[in-house]
Unconditional design. Structure first.
Ligand code: DON
Length: 304
């Protein structure tokens, strides 16, 4: 398969064309990013890399970070995690609080904000320095020690983070947050502020395409069972109330972020990351979804 030829075709179809959607503005720092940024990077399990556009420029990965924190929490606490967070799609927006009341404070899944806050709490309980532990995990799976948080983005989200403050307090009222709410939010806002390029994201996500291993290494970062479960959660919950649409159009497990990034995985073939900041009404990159639809249609490589 000539992936570079296909990426070139995707780029030609969309680059320079008018963009639909709106750049996220509820986190003030994100509103400053150009709506014209557009890049894609595909990393295959034979360790080949293919790309176009702004694929080497770092951006705020936001909710894509929830996959890394979930992986780390599954590693350190195992199946106990599922006592505190579910594995069902919510069908609601990423920042919705409404189901928590009837569900006694157990979030439907780890990718909606409520679930990611519980996962953050698990890591805050387990590690004396959770921010350092998350960075170490990312540095180990990518071999790239320059990946870091963006403290300006973290502070920007905190300054307007009323809904996440409400959410973590509400979760705590049900007994599903063990730590101080400020501490949990500080970790959560930092994980969302991680700054990575499409290349770095595709390289990091290859462990989900390669049975939990970095290419060329026998070290098992995650077991096959853990990877199977993480990919299943990305497939069913990675796009919130648009998870069905992403499966329908693209047909790969994936995760989006309000910075305009999307990462998707084809088990045993590749990990691919795309970045275009304008978001559709569900908070997912409009051009990112369209580009991945073209990729899986042109290659014939969806999981369906
Ligand atoms: O908590 C928030 O609202 C953001 N830090 C992350 C939201 C996000 O990326 C949703 N995904 N599309």
């Amino acid at each position: 398969m000539d992936y570079q030829k296909i990426l070139n075709q995707v780029s030609q179809e969309f680059a320079g064309k008018p963009r639909s959607g709106k750049v996220a503005s509820y986190i003030p720092e994100l509103a400053k990013v150009s709506s014209q940024k557009y890049g894609m990077h595909l990393h295959d399990v034979n360790d080949n890399n293919y790309c176009f556009g702004d694929s080497n420029e770092r951006f705020s990965i936001q909710s894509i970070s929830k996959v890394f924190t979930l992986a780390l929490a599954m590693k350190v606490v195992g199946d106990q995690l599922w006592n505190r967070v579910g594995v069902e799609p919510s069908g609601d927006p990423f920042n919705s609080l409404s189901q928590l009341e009837n569900d006694s404070g157990i979030p439907r899944n780890p990718f909606i904000n409520a679930g990611a806050l519980v996962v953050a709490d698990v890591l805050v309980s387990y590690f004396s320095n959770p921010k350092a532990a998350l960075l170490t995990f990312l540095h180990e799976i990518t071999g790239n020690t320059s990946i870091d948080y963006d403290p300006v983005v973290a502070a920007s989200e905190k300054s307007e983070g009323y809904r996440n403050f409400a959410m973590v307090n509400y979760l705590k009222s049900f007994g599903n947050i063990e730590n101080n709410v400020e501490e949990v939010l500080d970790f959560y806002f930092h994980q969302c502020s991680l700054s990575m390029s499409c290349r770095e994201l595709a390289n990091a996500f290859i462990i989900f395409a390669n049975n939990g291993r970095v290419i060329g290494s026998e070290r098992e970062f995650l077991t096959g069972r853990q990877v199977k479960r993480i990919n299943a959660l990305m497939q069913t919950c990675g796009f919130y109330d648009e998870a069905g649409e992403f499966s329908f159009e693209v047909g790969l497990p994936g995760k989006s972020g309000v910075g305009g990034g999307i990462v998707a995985v084809h088990p045993d073939r590749f990990a691919v990351a795309v970045w275009s900041p304008p978001l559709n009404p569900k908070g997912n990159s409009a051009l990112g979804m369209a580009s991945l639809e073209r990729l899986t249609t042109l290659t014939g490589f969806s999981i369906f």
